[in-house]
Design a protein around this ligand. Sequence first.
Ligand code: ATP
Ligand code: MG
Length: 686
Amino acid sequence: MLNLEDLDSDQRVAATAPRGPVCILAGAGTGKTRTITYRIAHLIEQGFVSPNRVLAVTFTSRAAGEMRHRLNLMGVGGVQARTFHAAARRQLRYFWPQVAGDLPWRLLDNKFPLIGRAARAVGVGSETENIRDLLSEIEWAKASLISADQYPEAIIRTDRTPPVPAEKVAEVYRRYEQAKTTPDGMMLDFDDLLIHTAGALEHSPAVAEEFREQYRTFVVDEYQDVTPLQQRVLQAWLGERDDLTVVGDANQTIYSFTGASPDHLLNFSRTYENATVVKLQRDYRSTPQITDLANTVIGKATGRVAGTRLELIGMRPPGPQPTFNAYDDEPTEAREVAGQILNLLDQGTPASEIAVLYRINAQSAVFEQALADAGITFQVRGGEGFFNRNEVKQAISELVRAAARDDLPQEAVGPQLHRLVRAILAPMGLTPTEPEGAQARERWQSLNALVELVEELGQASPDLNLNMLLKQLRERADAKHPPTVEGVTLASLHAAKGLEWDAVFLVGLVENTLPISHAIKAGDHQIEEERRLFYVGVTRAREHLHCSWSFARQEGGRKSRKRTRFLDGVVPEPDITQVPPRSVRPKRCRNCGQPLDSATSKVLGRCEDCGSDADEGIFEELRSWRSEMAREMQVPAYIVFTDATLMAVAEAMPTTETELLDISGIGPVKVEKYGTELLRLLAELQ
Ligand code: ATP
Ligand code: MG
């Protein structure tokens, strides 16, 4: 239910302002997204607008799903929350016949072949790299409302370096646009969806009237990253009206390279002189230790946007200081991060509350490897997507089949529905506890995540039965809003926008990666954007923040890398190199004295193949005890204890809580949860 007491007084001003222009200009974690969600709920609850007349625009479809979910929990259903693209696509599909008659169109989701052909015809290099550059250049131009003819002149006024001479880019652009119209109809790329939507509203009074009758209230999140094209669509939606709420943080502008600009956000009160403008400074997400670092990082910004500085005030109780670690090489960095993640898991931090963030997607590989080696489940954001996984698709087909069977209790709701779903999925591999073996385990985790989603949906609507459930799952799948799989998130800094985790690892913080090399070449403007990207990274963490980098790419490689400039004057360099990485862990094997490198070997305090002095039988007993605990607490087994920790327990055979705490990876939280039981079991096994 909607409770305005959940907001502070400034947030409440924005949430309860009358219909009309509202702008929230505020830093990371100050509750902007939360406030607009409450504002929508409030406007609806007070009867100012009905849910189906509200259009909320978010930056990603995941954020849109999240907003609908939060509104549902407050008892508000039926609000359209979408990205600009998804909203435009829907509208265009509806209005197309009115503006284009029966001319067929289809979505062009892969521009690569068309641009490749155009590049070859123009005689510029058609290597993959080059086509990709041409493609982003054309996307930038379209998002900036620059036509092929205008391109050569427009490019002079920017600090962009075209991948090939501007005239040639323009020619490729022109040919690409022409190639999309064929005798069988039109192909529209993602930007065309926006262009045609705006065009339909601008040029057809009938379309505009029908649309404006339908949608009255508009809300835009992450408005600092709006492109001129998106702004034009927004303007076409609004017409002469002004029922618009925007929220954003100029310091988090991280998509300028696509044509986005914070100008519309910063000029909002000039555009709408009667606007309610609210500034928020209290950061509810992060500890003061983290907001201090964030303030220092962004305090060093230079240039235009820097003038919009807002100091964050951390509202959470104090927490640990952020850490800064330098490593010899990337694989070592990745293993150390995996080791620290094991520590967090052992201390009770859920895996879904941990993220490893990097500048470019290619950096994920070495971390994926290290996490897999350490037996840590993870998901790579920007991967295939939950509802696209084979096992999830199969599971949903099973549920559809079950919904047609008259020997099943179709009206089951609540716990009965959950049991029914579990029973239907059991033959697919949903065993009561997590199985061994990587593949079976991954499958199990997906199925289990699906069941958890069912339970969550059931809590939100207690009368949910199988048929209604299927409808909701389908909606989720369309919105690509997967349930949170109980795993560590690996994501790029761009993809982490708007999200938050208890623990965040910012990795690979070296020059030429952050800032990225092409930004360094392009100059100050783009370097500042990279600084903001770092700021976005820092402000994703609630409590634990670990920054790291490494001097060589490969083990034994040349140590030619330098720490990112964004830490200059933030953390003194000598301090860092003196900090030994996690001195708490034994670094050499206690049997043979060899240095330990894998995360697992560090937990064990010995090489993995150096032989264990533990009793096999005791280890097996501990494992079955763990399965029981996991079942009881309804968590995956590794959340209770990892295999490596259990092995370390079997080797040390602790008899007191203090001895338990001595085992690497067992913290006070684990002792409190499992200590008594575990010690009793060990005493029996002695
Ligand atoms: P970003 O700039 O990163 O998008 P944001 O300003 O949108 O951040 P939110 O995600 O809305 O911030 O909020 C950050 C966190 O603080 C969330 O966990 C939210 O639930 C919490 N929060 C926001 N406002 C309050 C409040 N008044 N009381 C308690 N918690 C709050
Ligand atoms: Mg937000």
